[in-house]
Design a protein. Structure first.
Length: 127
């Protein structure tokens, strides 16, 4: 097999894998939400994650105030970093079941494409 043909084959396989994973993730999202719209679910999760963001800001400010050189810019930076980390952690926690459903759907679809490719490369001869 020439290099050009091998690259083309692998690029085509990669596209099929990406496409199947996107379809599987979409199916997992629809299965989890059961007909409910996506945006309100994420909005609710973001609003609930604001509590974690506030806690992160407080922890960042406390951490900055404990340093021997107290500077306002440093405290603001630590507070912002703590808030961003807290918000990210809270949002991740609130959407963990959705993420699990989407990843499960993506893996299931990708495995079918992988199996199809394996059977193309290793045909079974029953005769």
């Amino acid at each position: 097999m020439s290099l050009h043909r091998w690259i083309a084959s692998n690029v085509q396989y990669g596209r099929k894998l990406v496409g199947s994973s996107l379809r599987g993730a979409n199916h997992g999202r629809q299965e989890f939400l059961q007909g409910e719209p996506f945006v309100p679910f994420m909005s609710d999760a973001a609003v609930r994650a604001l509590k974690h963001a506030a806690a992160g800001v407080c922890l960042g400010l406390v951490g900055a105030s404990l340093s021997p050189r107290r500077r306002t810019r440093k405290a603001l930076a630590y507070g912002a970093l703590g808030g961003a980390l807290g918000f990210g952690a809270g949002l991740t926690w609130r959407t963990r079941r959705l993420t699990a459903s989407m990843s499960h759907g993506a893996l299931k679809k990708m495995n079918s494409v992988r199996d199809e490719r394996w059977f193309e490369k290793h045909p079974i001869n029953y005769a």
